[in-house]
Ligand binder design. Structure first.
Ligand SMILES: [Zn+2]
Length: 189
């Protein structure tokens, strides 16, 4: 009896370590690792240093919903959330597993190369899901292109035009933005 318990706890621990490794590789912050695994802070820091060669950055997680509603972050957040919703609905995954899978697919969709910092970090993606779960943000269909975008749940979103159909002149209609727009609409459709 004693022996099976030890065995079980070793398997559980190695699963927790695998989960932490996946998240660290995707750029998760320490606070996120602590909230999603039951590994001690010391072990997580050690693991982080081993994988990244540096100590995890200090500082609090981003808190405001505003960031997700600004122009470029909104497009990236919407791409991620469309993928996440799809996986939860059709792939039978949930919680942190769904976030990890959706985030990996998001990186693929935007053609991310590992040298650059992606617009939407793993930690922000996780925060976004929490904001949606707590009904502060939600998805809403654009009246023009039909794509689904992240919007403030407290706003009246009737006749909503997304950030791609209604591009502020400052942002400019770049080729990259157009490519992303096309991807987003095709994911949402
Ligand atoms: Zn639109």
């Amino acid at each position: 009896m004693e022996k099976t318990n030890i065995k079980k706890s070793l398997v559980a621990e190695s699963e927790q370590i695998q989960l932490a490794i996946q998240m660290i590789k995707l750029g998760a912050r320490l606070q996120l690792l602590e909230s999603q695994t039951n590994l001690s802070r010391e072990r997580l820091i050690k693991l982080y240093k081993e994988l990244k060669g540096v100590s995890p950055p200090k500082g609090m997680l981003p808190f405001s919903t505003d960031w997700f509603l600004t122009w470029q972050p909104n497009i990236h957040s919407s791409i991620f959330l469309n993928i996440y919703d799809y996986l939860v609905k059709y792939a039978g995954v949930k919680d942190i597993t769904a976030i990890i899978k959706a985030y990996s697919l998001y990186l693929q969709q935007i053609g991310h190369d590992s040298d650059a910092e992606p617009v939407l970090s793993m930690t922000r993606a996780w925060t976004l899901v929490r904001f949606v779960d707590s009904k502060m943000l939600k998805m809403h269909g654009c009246s023009c292109c039909g794509g689904k975008f992240v919007v403030n749940a407290y706003d009246l979103n009737q006749g909503y035009y997304c950030n791609l159909c209604h591009i502020p002149s400052r942002a400019g209609k770049t080729k990259k933005a157009k490519e992303l727009a096309y991807k987003l609409v095709s994911i949402a459709a």
